[in-house]
Design a protein around this ligand. Structure first.
Ligand SMILES: [Zn+2]
Length: 391
């Protein structure tokens, strides 16, 4: 375990304020624009867009470490007594033992995709769900599993295009589909690509929206290579993707808060800082929303890498162990209990400025659910939010 922990590379989050949010839509239509906050010399958070360009250098950008947000988790993992109680470690160790096999399946399939354009984006999400994400939760997935009483480790959304029955890599594993619908018309709603179920909990994961990719593919063939490179770098960071992931992250956080409140009598032990993962074949972004303290974080630099070497050029590329460990912690967040510190609350509390009042929060918590259908709200009923001042 110590060896594992020593491989985890810390990374940083920025607090964001959420501009021009319009709620009441699907995730894919969500209008959310996160803007990285800066602070003045008195510690007041400001929107950098409201600051004259010649003044911006006197403002500070705050950063928060992953290891600080998951401080409780790291403490539990470095203490031999509590370590014994974290049975969620078993699938992680099982994955690490089988890493070479899963790595080979992913690498082969992703290289074929690049060489021959064999797979669609949603099939790449399936590969990642089968050979990486679902491997990090109980029950450990066995291709010969026939006992239907064992809960599924993950489901792919019924809505993904290009459904296939068997894993696209050719390993013979069945792909599990289901309804991933989650949310409420009082906030946002929709179907994330993948839901992973760590011990009955839920973690939402999405890839880049498929329609954006097809727009890129319309470029002429001579420019194809340039388009490919740009697509890899930016597929998780296009403004429409960011809006969708942000809406999902906030909705998930309220869903988790609501479920925990229903299942627990002790409100002091609730985990209010909830992650959502946005993943592509190359890497992933981490969105975290704290619904109690109204703080919105995302990793501030490039997406975290899934691979140590460049795919597809390197035919022996290996999976980044630090990233696997981070994904495991994010997926099993209700066990590892990420949280903001009192110092973070005094610095960033309320900074997301989502602009919903107590009544709306009550309505969101009352109605947020997993469902096949959400009533489409009348456009007149959509609530245009005005941003609160952050000074
Ligand atoms: Zn496979």
């Amino acid at each position: 375990m110590k060896e594992c922990l020593s491989k985890v590379q810390d990374f940083q989050f920025s607090p964001y304020l959420l501009k021009n949010c319009t709620i009441g839509t699907s995730f894919s239509d969500a209008i959310v624009k996160p803007v990285e906050c800066v602070t003045d010399k008195n510690g007041n958070l400001r929107n950098p867009e409201d600051i004259p360009e010649d003044m911006i250098s006197s403002y500070i950008s705050y950063r928060v470490n992953f290891k600080d947000l998951f401080a409780d988790g790291f403490r539990m993992l470095s203490d031999s007594e509590s370590l014994g109680r974290i049975y969620q470690l078993a699938p992680l160790f099982h994955f690490l033992q089988k890493k070479d096999y899963h790595e080979k399946c992913l690498r082969k399939a992703l290289q074929e995709h690049r060489d021959r354009k064999k797979f669609t984006e949603s099939q790449i999400s399936m590969l990642l769900a089968i050979h990486l994400l679902s491997q990090l939760v109980f029950p450990s997935y066995d291709p010969v599993l026939t006992d239907t009483s064992i809960p599924l480790p993950y489901i792919m959304s019924n809505d993904v295009p290009d459904k296939v029955v068997i894993c696209p890599c050719g390993c013979g594993r069945t792909v599990f589909y289901g309804n991933t619908g989650i949310g409420t018309t009082a906030l946002w709603y929709g179907n994330p690509d993948i839901l992973v179920f760590p011990n009955g909990d839920v973690c939402g994961i999405s890839g880049p929206p498929v329609n954006q990719i097809s727009e890129c593919d319309e470029f002429v063939e001579a420019e194809e290579q340039i388009v490919e490179v740009e697509r890899e770098l930016s597929s998780l960071r296009q403004s429409k993707s960011i809006g969708q992931f942000s809406a999902q992250a906030i909705t998930f956080s309220y869903y988790q808060a609501s479920i925990q409140q229903q299942n627990s009598s002790n409100s002091g032990s609730l985990v209010s800082l909830i992650p959502t993962i946005a993943i592509s074949e190359k890497g992933f972004d981490v969105y975290m929303y704290d619904s109690v303290n109204e703080i919105f974080f995302r990793n501030c630099r490039d997406p975290l890498p899934l691979w140590n070497e460049q795919l597809p050029t390197n035919h022996n590329a290996t999976i980044n162990i630090s990233s696997v460990f981070i994904l495991w912690m994010l997926i099993n967040h209700l066990t590892l209990k990420p949280a903001v510190t009192p110092a973070h609350v005094s610095l960033f509390g309320g900074s997301s400025s989502l602009g919903i009042d107590k009544e709306q929060i009550h309505e969101i918590k009352r109605t947020v659910t997993m469902s096949k259908h959400f009533p489409v709200p009348d456009i007149q009923e959509k609530i245009n939010l005005t941003k609160k001042k952050t000074v």
